[in-house]
Design a protein around this ligand. Structure first.
Ligand code: KG4
Ligand code: ZN
Length: 348
């Protein structure tokens, strides 16, 4: 693969991602060729609490990260000396978790005298779509970013020119999946369980409400949907309903809302292609709906494989490679920001 726009030449980056509960490291060449992608999932530690416990997540990062860095370098057969830089998630996320990754990346950058890049986690999710792919982004493109913490439609005009054009007003789509899964007695995180159950359910069995928004707005809401699942389950009909039907009907409502906003965004501005990203992008029915929409409209769609949909460090290197100087950071001053602004222009 050839050089990328902002970093001419063959560039080898180490990625570090610890914004939430995954301790992730990766080595990526030219922002696309994944030489290694290591992730230690902490779900087993958090499952019994029904959600992520920030204190536990950051302690686990401390225990796991040094070995995860070694592991990523070993698997890629690359030494620290051969790297062209170190890319780390600087925010948004859990402060205690972010700090572990940022402090480690700074120490590595100082010790190896390599350039340091502080990446926005959400930009990482967007550029995940280009990992292990031949396509280079053609701007502008549309990104639907659906994760446990965020649900946004993004107009991506350039590697560092991104604008959120629609967002959830309350729960993120992944949060709605997790809360609904809990109502259905499924383990945390619930998204993948709802996905699997829904396959054998009828998506038209129960008519859950779809959030409406006035013309011109691309905003979304999912908390009302979760509440209506809760009320439904308390009725006699709900108590007799098949869990798979509830899962499929809930999932269909989420997908309808997401796809409605995607259609509206694409009607308002011509896009050559669109990417789906974030943890919820691993959802099989959402992927099918997004891909089918692309087929019908002639808009090329890119959906990363599940290992790049959920939190990973390869996507952080992918974003840093394309954003280059825009995210260049000094080991002396780079901080971890739990509320890192999405847009560069929002930065003071
Ligand atoms: O992006 P991610 O790994 O972490 C952040 O939130 O940043 O996303 C995790 C979210 C969780 O809410 C999880 O339930 C959801 O993604 N998720 C899914 C699926 N796989 C993961 N939701 C629906 N269907 C799936 N197959
Ligand atoms: Zn994420």
């Amino acid at each position: 693969m050839g050089p990328t726009a902002l970093n001419p030449g063959f560039v080898l980056l180490l990625g570090i991602e610890t914004s939430c509960d995954d301790t992730a490291t990766a080595v990526v060449r030219d922002g696309r060729n994944v030489l290694s992608n290591v992730s230690t999932n902490q779900d087993a530690f958090h499952e019994k609490y029904g959600g992520i416990v920030p204190e536990i997540a950051s302690r686990r990062h401390v225990e796991l990260l040094a070995a995860a860095v070694d592991d990523a370098l070993d698997r890629a057969r690359v030494s620290l000396r051969e790297l062209d830089g170190i890319a780390v998630t600087a925010g948004p996320g859990l402060i205690g978790s972010l700090v572990v990754g940022v402090a480690s990346a700074k120490a590595l950058a100082l010790a190896s005298r390599k350039p340091l890049y502080g990446v926005n986690h959400l930009h990482g999710h967007i550029f995940a779509a280009f990992l292990d792919r031949a396509e280079e982004p053609a701007y502008p493109f549309l990104a639907l970013l659906v994760s446990g913490g965020h649900t946004q439609l993004v107009d991506v005009a350039g590697p560092a020119r991104m604008k959120v054009i629609g967002r959830t007003r309350d729960d993120a789509a992944g949060e709605a999946f997790d809360k609904t899964a809990r109502l259905l007695g499924l383990p945390f995180p619930g998204g993948p369980h709802v996905d699997r159950l829904a396959v054998s359910g009828n998506p038209e069995a129960i008519s859950f409400p779809r959030h409406r928004t006035p013309e011109g707005s691309l905003d979304m809401s999912f908390s009302g949907l979760k509440t209506s699942v809760k009320y439904f389950l308390e009725t006699a009909e709900g108590q007799g309903a098949k869990v798979a039907d509830v899962a499929a009907s809930f999932q269909a409502a989420v997908i309808d809302v997401l796809m409605d906003r995607v259609e509206r965004a694409a009607a308002a501005k011509p896009y050559a292609f669109a990417v789906l990203s974030g943890g919820v992008a691993a959802n099989s029915a959402l992927q099918a709906a997004f891909t089918e929409w692309g087929r019908q409209t002639g808009i090329a769609t890119l959906v990363p494989p599940p290992r790049y949909c959920t939190d990973n460090a390869a996507m952080i290197a992918a974003a840093a490679d394309r954003q280059g100087e825009m995210v260049s950071a000094s080991p002396a001053t780079l901080g971890a920001d739990p509320n890192l602004p999405f847009s560069f222009t929002e930065t003071a």
